[in-house]
Design a binder for this molecule. Sequence first.
Ligand code: B12
Length: 214
Amino acid sequence: MPESRMDLPTQVAELRENAVLDTVRQRLEQGDDPFRIMEECQKGMLRIGEQYEQGIYYISGLIMAGEIMNQVGELILPVLEDRVTAHASGRILIGTVQGDIHYIGKNILKVLLRCWGFTVFDAGEDVPADVFLKQAKEIAPQAIGLSCLISSSFDTMKNTISVLKAGLLETNLSPGIIIGGMVDQQICEYVGADHWTNDAMSGVRIFQKIIQGN
Ligand code: B12
């Protein structure tokens, strides 16, 4: 099938970089919902992940997928920033836990949170627990978001949460902790987080609830 007739998730899953970017540009020009476009790209990324597990793609496929998603982000995020007007306010610290360098989802979350009026501090990727704690003490966030996409970092995430909880006891801070990425309810319970999601927009809603409840 010619790549221009493939749907967007398939273009992403087949790493058709130019076709993906053309489709995203066209759909943005037509006024399509940027969230929907992002969701469709994420679907394609999930397929890439599955094909990587099956040995159809190698690490180079993941790298290429990351590059495509970064470029999609460059097209979509400014449109999102223009569309959404800020209502909320509050301080949020986010970062990807130690051992994990995935940042695309975290960066999408950061832009969305800023669109919704939050002040967001991004600790970056591969962030050790003591760095999260140091930043939390300096920034005094009402909520903390931890991103994690690889199962080998679940224990790091668990450790980060216990270091944060223990370290903040002596302060008057008790930020809600939300985890996101390749996580679920079971992992949320395992690591001792307060909430979980694998969708940035529902993440924004959870942050709103936590901060409004403070
Ligand atoms: C691109 C990619 C890479 C790129 C990352 C580029 C970058 N710097 O970010 C590169 C090539 C570097 C990479 C490396 C690796 N990767 Co990789 N990667 C992917 C891939 C294909 C897409 C990830 C992505 O960006 N998705 C798109 C974004 C938008 O989605 P998202 O991250 O889920 O984020 C959304 C939500 O989850 C949410 N969100 C994310 N974080 C947070 C946080 C909070 C607080 C909230 C509220 C919400 C939220 O918001 C986003 C928007 O809705 C996934 C496959 C997949 N299923 O996703 C594999 C995947 C995550 N990688 C995997 C693996 C194994 C690896 C490597 C170990 C490979 C290797 N052998 O070296 C290394 C790990 C390196 C490391 N130490 O971290 C596995 C993990 C499997 C597992 N169970 O552990 C996956 C699942 C592929 C697979 N199915 O096997 N990878």
